[in-house]
Write a protein that binds this ligand. Structure first.
Ligand code: NAG
Ligand code: NAG
Ligand code: NAG
Ligand code: NAG
Length: 495
């Protein structure tokens, strides 16, 4: 789901603050806050977290240091609400820097802002570098992550004298799924959730395996049907070269570091190329960004211009992949196995340690069996069935996925008894149709953002924003203010 391609293009200055463990740990973000008008000064802190919330024997009272970022600069102390970002599969700093709406809203509603890092990602590794070994990886579950957040919120409220402050959770993508689950599981702790681009249905097995790459294709087709045709044509030419085993030609056309030499290498090349289109569709923002790598403004349009720029389709395809993998312009050749990792998530696991953790989650609770077929989408047929997933996961992590579990545990589409959740989705986002698109009640509200890519609404406001997202943020702000008010009433009545 997420793929971090480049080191953050921001500078951070480190200074000492008292961490919760009494250790000096902290920094203050002083880099560009892309697209946002506010410049929050987050402090980095660590929370002493229980390693295993559900088995008292396995780790005893063992703990680990869980990172969170906090700013109280907008907070009406002891009274204003708490806006808590339920961190997802990556370094929490990256989410904090790309979710300017939350701090803008905090400034309006005088909220305390906390961005919590998900266990096993970024710096929150329960077993340090051994975290990704078997069986240490086993404490990486959605349930443990939710319990972390529930415990953290409860204890921080006490430490900060904020026990009467309503808590609203925020999240994008998998983080949005976690926000939904927090409201379902801990409505006593969390008054409402803004779940942006949260594919809670498809990941629970309630989707169509063709949906994702079909919707990626639609983005390119909507720029120009010839663009889709050019992409399909280029993959067709690549297939023909591969069938002739003309590997040296493939190497030179795609500037590969090493010549491919097997069907597996061609499969990897197809995966790497398809991943570039996936990323551009997800991150099709109207201004350039540095989130999961560097993207130009309107990357899908840029890609289509590149795909249609000359008569050599393979050159065009290579240059289009270069928008994603060669954004620095410094790449001398494409390294097939370094730029892209195949994993249990066909939409990409990213690179580095975070990709290991995400692969494990895609092998256990989170079902991402998406495939391309060259009929309902423009990509080469790349099947990924539940059976394929099972084989891969038992080999890689010694686990057997449980495709029904997420749906049982977190209700699937049977959400009618839930309340106070916003499901926002942009129509450019290939994840959108894996989520809730229609309001289910007066407090389970779906918002469509036309012209919006992956959780555009969570980003800070920008002059290039479509009116749809400006309106969506206004609706979200009003609902959240309403929930905060309701929660104050509830807390008063119960005390
Ligand atoms: C667990 O708690 C006991 C009793 O407070 C203490 O003696 C022990 O050191 C703790 N163990 C760990 C792993 O923290
Ligand atoms: C990366 O971009 C630079 C600048 O546009 C270009 O010269 C170079 O050939 C590209 N690398 C690859 C592997 O395509
Ligand atoms: C996609 O389908 C077209 C039309 O059937 C076919 O000619 C082409 O070879 C296929 N492309 C791939 C990569 O399989
Ligand atoms: C949002 O768009 C989807 C897909 O076009 C549509 O089915 C749905 O009814 C719309 N939902 C709202 C709340 O407007």
């Amino acid at each position: 789901m997420r793929k971090i391609l480049a080191v953050l293009a921001v500078t951070v200055t480190v200074f000492s603050v008292e961490g919760l463990r009494g250790l000096p740990s902290g920094y203050c973000e002083s880099g560009k806050h892309h697209g946002s008008k506010t410049e929050p000064q987050f402090k980095e802190k660590y929370f002493t977290q229980t390693m295993d919330h559900f088995n008292f024997n396995s780790m005893g009272n063992g703990t680990f240091s869980q990172r969170y970022l906090i700013t109280d600069e907008y907070w009406k102390k002891g009274y204003g609400p708490i806006f808590f970002y339920t961190g997802n599969e990556g370094n929490i700093l990256e989410f904090a820097l790309n979710s300017g709406f939350i701090t803008e809203l905090a400034a309006q509603q005088r909220a305390l802002v906390i961005f919590a890092e998900h266990r096993y990602y970024g710096k929150s590794l329960p077993f340090g570098k051994d975290s990704f070994n078997i069986p240490q990886i086993g404490l990486l579950t959605v349930e443990q992550a939710l319990a972390d957040y529930a415990v953290m919120i409860t204890e921080l409220k006490q430490q900060l004298a904020a026990t009467d402050c309503p808590v609203i959770v925020f999240g994008g993508s998998y983080g949005g799924m976690l926000s939904v689950y927090m409201r379902l599981k801990y409505p006593n702790i969390v008054a409402g959730a803004l779940a942006a681009s949260a594919p809670i249905l498809s990941t629970a097995g309630l989707g169509d395996s063709r949906q994702f790459f079909r919707d990626v294709t639609a983005d390119f087709e909507n720029v120009a049907p010839e663009c889709r045709d050019a992409v399909r044509g280029a993959f067709h030419q690549l297939k023909e070269l591969a069938e002739r085993e003309d590997y040296s030609c493939i190497q030179s056309e795609f500037s590969l570091c090493k010549p491919p030499s097997s069907a597996q290498d061609i499969h990897q090349l197809n995966g790497l190329l398809r991943n570039a289109f996936t990323l551009m569709a997800m991150l099709d923002y109207p201004y350039s960004t540095h989130f999961m790598g560097n993207m130009p403004a309107n990357p899908v349009k840029v890609a289509c211009e590149t795909m249609l720029s000359g008569s050599d389709l393979l050159t065009n395809l290579r240059n289009t992949a270069g928008i994603v993998y060669n954004s620095t312009g410094l790449l001398t050749c494409f390294d097939l196995y370094n730029l892209y990792l195949e994993c249990a998530d066909p939409t990409g696991c990213g690179l580095g340690f975070d990709s290991l953790a995400w692969d494990y989650q895609a092998c256990t609770e989170i079902d991402l069996c998406y495939e391309s077929n060259n009929v309902t989408d423009m990509f080469p047929p790349m099947p990924f069935t539940e059976k394929d997933r099972e084989l891969y996961c038992s080999k890689r992590w010694a686990v057997v996925p449980r495709p029904d579990w997420l749906k049982i545990q977190f209700w699937g589409d049977a959400l009618s008894t839930a309340s106070n959740i916003i499901f926002s989705n942009g129509d450019l986002d290939p994840w959108a149709n894996g989520g809730v698109r229609k309001s289910l009640s007066s407090s389970l509200i779906a918002i469509n953002i036309s012209g919006g890519a992956h959780h555009l609404d969570l980003r800070g406001s920008n002059d290039a924003d479509p009116v749809s997202v400006v309106r969506a943020r206004k609706t979200e702000a009003d609902l959240i203010a309403q929930w905060v008010k309701m929660e104050r009433t509830r807390l008063r009545q119960s005390s």
